[in-house]
Design a protein around this ligand. Structure first.
Ligand SMILES: Nc1ncnc2c1ncn2[C@@H]1O[C@H](COP(=O)(O)OP(=O)(O)OP(=O)(O)O)[C@@H](O)[C@H]1O
Ligand SMILES: [Mg+2]
Length: 274
């Protein structure tokens, strides 16, 4: 079973979905039947606090700011992505956020997790402590899997385990270019940074970017903003660091992959306590 150490925070039923400033009332459709092209991005690392939510919310804000229609699906009972989405103002670019950690016995799971038609990106924020046995489900149909890692011995170890499990248990092939590591909260001129980079190179998995340790992430999250929505002169260096990540997401089939038959939302995550 999946779970985090923290007790799930209940979210009132009336806020099951957060149509944060939804631009238009697009009809909802189950993920499996989502029409058109939709890229699925899973942010995953069983290690708590590595930056999953930070990356997920910033991606959602980035794509929304570009005029795309992103959906942020929060599978973490802590509900951090949902809390962030609810802070957004109606004047901000819309992001459709779904508290996937909630269970609603009145409807089927796939009904609960419907996305607006025309969704271009589905960004999935996963909880800490996801069991590796669930990786095949968690990553099923994912176009890209982002694994954030912090520069510390403990985090290097869990990251290495996570990558090994993605390759061996989820059977993701390196050559498919679906897994990318994000070195997060990095301070460049430190010994641990050097060993992080050496270690990541040995995994033979792309390090898609390195994000500096910056209070701008904390401040923007508090405001319900993404970095790309902050005053650019305040976050210039941070924004530059997002460019390779955005480019990597667009690698392969283009920014949004060609339409393909999509399966249901990862079943493993639907077993989250709600
Ligand atoms: N690059 C960064 N610079 C500064 N602070 C950061 C950075 N990335 C993340 N943080 C902060 O670190 C903390 C943990 O980040 P985050 O919540 O994104 O991790 P997580 O992997 O989602 O955690 P959990 O496993 O508990 O869900 C947050 O307070 C976040 O604001
Ligand atoms: Mg999180």
């Amino acid at each position: 079973m999946l779970g985090t150490g923290a007790a799930p925070r209940r979210v009132p039923a009336h806020s099951l979905r957060c149509r944060t400033a939804l631009r238009r009332l697009d009809p909802l459709t189950p993920v499996a039947e989502a029409k058109g092209s939709m890229q699925r991005i899973v942010v995953l690392n069983p290690k708590g606090g590595s930056g999953k939510t930070t990356i997920a919310i910033n991606l959602a804000a980035y794509f929304a700011a570009r005029g795309e229609s992103p959906v942020l699906m929060d599978f973490d009972p802590q509900g951090s992505s949902m809390r962030w989405a609810r802070k957004r103002k109606p004047t901000q670019p819309p992001i459709f956020a779904i508290p996937a950690f909630e269970r609603d016995s009145r409807m089927t799971r796939s009904w609960q997790l419907r996305v607006p038609q025309g969704t271009t990106r589905l960004i999935i924020d996963t909880p800490a402590a996801v069991d590796a046995r669930t990786f095949p489900d968690v990553t099923r149909d994912a176009d890209k899997i982002l694994v954030p890692v912090l520069p510390s011995d403990i985090d290097l170890h869990t990251c290495s385990r996570c990558i090994a499990d993605l390759l061996l248990i989820a059977k993701i092939r390196r050559e498919d270019d679906r897994i990318g590591v994000v070195a997060n909260r990095v301070r460049r001129n430190t010994v641990i940074y050097q060993s992080l980079m050496r270690f990541l190179q040995t995994l033979n998995i792309p390090i898609v970017t390195t994000l500096r340790d910056s209070q701008s992430y904390v401040r923007s999250a508090e405001l319900g903003l993404g970095l790309h929505e902050m005053k650019s002169y305040l976050v210039r260096e941070e924004l530059e660091q997002w460019e390779p990540l955005i480019a990597w997401l667009g690698r392969g089939d283009g920014p949004v992959p060609a339409p393909q038959p999509s399966g249901p939302v990862p079943e493993a995550l639907t077993t989250m306590p709600g």
